[in-house]
Design a protein around this ligand. Structure first.
Ligand code: AMP
Length: 547
């Protein structure tokens, strides 16, 4: 017997309809590429996304055709999120920080039909447009009078001219909730990039889950600043969960430096911010010497890579901002776990609570996780046993776009498929996950594993160190030994010996790095994460001391 509830597909268009009706006057504020501040409302987003949908209907496209963006976080990008997916096409957000060759490869692989870009990416588009064989229309996200006259891009139109005359009364179509809605290519450190292809259903379920109090906990009283880019995993779903809750949204545009982000937080009374540790490092570095304080910021989600303890301490104890450490991946839409305390933790000391916040947190309802050993045997949740982390759930990929890379899932005894995350983790008795490493970054020394994240966290806890990256280097007896590459804070001094001494008592003796390498900069990839592959290349000729 089936239930007797109404059969209504979960579609992205319903989010924007909801936001318009219930939070129509809720503000959307964007720092534009031009540098000025643009403000309007959820009702305006809804009206203009309908114009986008109408304009797309006039472009001779098929259902599920891909529409690409090369754009910062801003209101026009948000309109494309709704107009493209809502009308049955697939929004393909491209990471502009990728190499131009890779961008052209991705656009061809996705068979993008239209590509919309912020004018700051004009040189990039000029470099790649001739190689993007399937793109038949290029749209610059600008006013008609800002369109460059001699761009060299055939048929280039401005976004405002493209949607300007379109009717505003478009009726959103209804279709299967499992239809594709958007896609995002993974960073692809090995082999070709692979795309996660999200559906309307997976996106809505993820948006519901993200809004829960122990997840992102967004509400109609929040002013949320997604510093995490809309070109990478849908800005952690904030464009959707903000519409679902009616939160005010503040988009930082291209200005991600500490000063600009701080000014925006204060000016727009931001209560909630989300970003990767590198961005928050820039913010804290700007604030500390100037003695600045937050007046409205209450919570910040930090994820994408491990949040160093020093950063948790600074936000929590120096600034009174709650840190929500999150873990996820492109293939998971992206949220998997979020670190919020349980009732029993509330009586603990601030330091003990911070130690919990260092973990990546508890699984969100909808995400099943387990850790397994090399033979696929499930390991205990005791906070000590570490193994390969596998996940499953309705917003986790079952296959990549065009089946690139084959079937990624690992079947269990019941034949259910689990996605191998490539992360190594522990899970404690309370269900808190802690990522030890990427499986390819873990250092294997004499048969034991050393977490490169632990080694990096200790280094950045030293006042003279701004950034650290730990890699394993060949050793004839131990196979690998850890060395740590560090960038000093401007004007700060520390010697190799002092830093190695700093490790004593903070980790097991055999885990202390064999060497410290002082570098000017550590390579950062397109999504703000340390590029260990590149660092290994840079240190290719390096030999451990004494060898
Ligand atoms: P991406 O698909 O580019 O978002 O990268 C996902 C990967 O980033 C994960 O598999 C982890 O290795 C890493 N990652 C994400 N969040 C965290 C976190 N909070 N701590 C440690 N690693 C993380």
């Amino acid at each position: 017997m089936l239930g007797l509830m109404q059969d209504q597909p979960l579609l992205i268009s319903s989010l924007i309809e909801f936001a318009e009706r219930h939070h129509g006057d809720g503000e959307i504020v964007s720092r534009r590429v031009e540098g000025d501040i643009h403000r309007y409302t959820w009702a305006d987003v809804a009206r203009r996304s309908r114009q986008v949908a109408s304009a797309l209907d006039g472009e001779n496209l098929l259902f599920s055709d891909r529409i690409a963006t090369l754009a910062w976080n801003g209101y026009r990008h948000l309109e494309l999120y709704y107009g493209v997916s809502g009308s049955g096409r697939v929004l393909h957000t491209i990471n502009p920080r990728l190499h131009p060759e890779q961008i052209a490869w991705i656009a061809n692989h996705a068979e993008d039909q239209i590509l919309c870009f912020d004018l700051s990416f004009l040189p990039l588009v000029q470099a790649v447009h001739a190689k993007c064989a399937t793109v038949k229309k290029w749209i610059a996200l600008c006013d008609a009078d800002k369109l460059p006259a001699d761009s060299g891009i055939p048929g280039l139109v401005s976004y405002e001219a493209w949607i300007g005359d379109q009717p505003t009364d478009y009726a959103w179509p209804s279709f299967d909730e499992n239809s594709a809605s958007s896609m995002c290519y993974t960073s692809g450190t090995t082999g070709n990039p692979k795309a996660a292809l999200y559906s309307h259903r997976s996106t809505i379920l993820h948006a519901y889950a993200a809004a829960l109090p122990d997840v992102m906990g967004l509400s109609a009283r929040d002013s949320v600043l997604p510093v995490v880019p809309m070109f990478h995993v849908n800005a952690w779903g904030i464009p959707y969960s903000a519409a679902l809750t009616g939160a005010k949204v503040v988009f930082p545009g291209p200005a991600l430096d500490g000063k600009s982000v701080y000014e925006l937080i204060e000016a727009e009374k931001v209560t909630y911010a989300a970003g990767v540790p590198t961005v928050w490092q820039m913010l804290l570095t700007h604030m500390k010497p100037a003695g600045l304080r937050f007046t409205t910021l209450k919570r910040t989600v930090i994820g994408g890579s491990a949040c160093p303890p020093a950063m948790i301490h600074a936000f929590q104890q120096d600034y009174g901002v709650e840190v929500l450490h999150a873990w996820g991946m492109t293939e998971m839409s992206p949220l998997g776990t979020l670190c919020t305390l349980k009732n029993k933790h509330l009586s603990m000391s601030a330091d003990a609570q911070d130690a919990i916040r260092l973990k990546q947190g508890r699984a969100i309802f909808g995400v099943d996780m387990k850790i397994v050993d090399g033979d696929g045997k499930e390991l205990p949740w005791d906070g000590k046993a570490y193994g390969d982390l596998l996940v499953k759930g309705p917003w986790i990929v079952k296959e990549y776009f065009k089946a690139e890379g084959g079937n990624p899932l690992v079947p269990d005894a019941q034949g259910r498929g689990w996605f191998p995350t490539g992360d190594v983790a522990t899970i404690d008795a309370d269900g808190f996950l802690q990522i030890t490493d990427r499986s390819k970054d873990v250092i294997k020394s004499g048969g034991e594993w050393i977490s490169s994240i632990d080694i990096e966290n200790i280094a950045v806890a030293h006042p003279a160190i701004a950034m650290a990256a730990c890699i394993g280097v060949f050793h004839p007896k131990w196979d690998e030994r850890p060395v740590v590459a560090v960038v000093k804070r401007p004007g700060a001094e520390v010697t190799r010996e002092e830093l190695l001494k700093f490790y004593e008592g903070k980790t097991a003796k055999w885990q202390i790095p064999d060497d410290v390498i002082f570098v000017e900069a550590i390579p950062i990839g397109a999504t703000g994460k340390i590029l260990k592959t590149k660092l290994r290349e840079q240190l290719k000729g390096y030999k451990l001391p004494g060898l």
